[in-house]
Ligand binder design. Structure first.
Ligand SMILES: C[S@@+](CC[C@H](N)C(=O)[O-])C[C@H]1O[C@@H](n2cnc3c(N)ncnc32)[C@H](O)[C@@H]1O
Length: 270
């Protein structure tokens, strides 16, 4: 991923920042994904702990955690997202506990070394970094020994997407997640440069930086991906049933590496 690609991604998220909290970035399906990641943060790190939000977007998670007693340093590469996040922090009454910085995850070395209790990244911000292994080292440098990383990451095998693309004859789109390279994903007339990972690929970037796997589950395995929210709106009872099924099965070894995203919790060696 080069400088131009980082600039494209920044422009894409700048363009959607104003409307991100509506159906685009926070519809019922996104809220379902978000809640599961936030609950994983609650389980991994106790209230009062200091956290780093990697790619905070409009600050929904940082405010939610700030209101539950966490201290959060939130960073994002999009200036427009940072502006929205700062507004939400003030509106949410968490100015004292949550700070928002305009900083790329790929620039994390510029953030002073900390001994934070945890770092989290929700909804694929780590799929947008140029070098995941370097990022892993930078994150490790900001966590105390034993600190946790909680990340929801866009995966390679999304059965729903495959089914929809094959049904529509969209062969190129069906294959897009298989590319080992950074791929151009359209967003509101702009481009988000994205790398897709299997959990094994993700772990192979983080384990050399001193992280060990704590837990892994699929997100969006039986539940459709966020862009199918019209389907979910039409079938609320089916959605509830799929969510229940997914929560039961998403950690099973056979399927936990599939889904629109995967939710991985790792721990920095003590
Ligand atoms: C899909 S949004 C998720 C935002 C937020 N985590 C949430 O849960 O709503 C991805 C976010 O990652 C940010 N992002 C993309 N590339 C980034 C980078 N290299 N460094 C930091 N943030 C980045 C985008 O600006 C955007 O806000």
């Amino acid at each position: 991923m080069n400088t131009q690609q980082l600039a494209d991604t920044q422009q894409a998220f700048d363009a959607v920042a104003a409307e991100y909290d509506g159906p685009l970035g926070n519809n019922a399906l996104v809220q379902g994904l978000r809640l599961r990641t936030l609950k994983a943060v609650l389980r991994a790190v106790p209230p009062g702990a200091a956290l780093l939000d990697l790619g905070c977007g409009t600050g929904i998670d940082a405010v939610w955690l700030g209101q539950r007693g966490y201290r959060v340093i939130a960073i994002d590469w999009s200036p427009a997202m940072v502006g929205r996040a700062r507004e939400q922090v003030t509106r949410g009454g968490v100015d004292r506990g949550v700070t928002v910085h305009h900083l790329g995850i790929h620039e994390l070395e510029r953030l002073p070394e900390h001994a934070l209790d945890g770092a989290y990244s929700d909804l694929g911000a780590l799929n947008c970094v140029p070098d995941l292994a370097l990022t892993a080292r930078a994150i490790a440098g900001r966590l105390r020994p034993g600190g946790a990383l909680i990340a929801s990451v866009i995966g390679r095998v999304c059965p729903w997407e495959l089914a929809v693309c094959l049904r529509r004859g969209q062969w190129a789109r069906a294959r897009v997640r298989w590319s080992k390279r950074t791929v151009a994903v359209p967003l509101a007339g702009h481009t988000v440069w994205t790398r897709y990972y299997t959990p094994a690929e993700f772990r192979s970037a983080f384990e050399p930086a001193g992280f060990r796997l704590r837990s892994l589950r699929a997100l969006g395995l039986f539940v459709p991906p966020p862009y199918l929210f019209a389907f979910a709106q039409r079938h609320p009872r089916a959605l509830a049933a799929l969510e229940t099924l997914e929560d039961r099965l998403a950690g099973w070894p056979a399927v936990r590496q599939w889904g629109d995203h995967f939710l991985i919790v790792m721990q920095r060696d003590g």
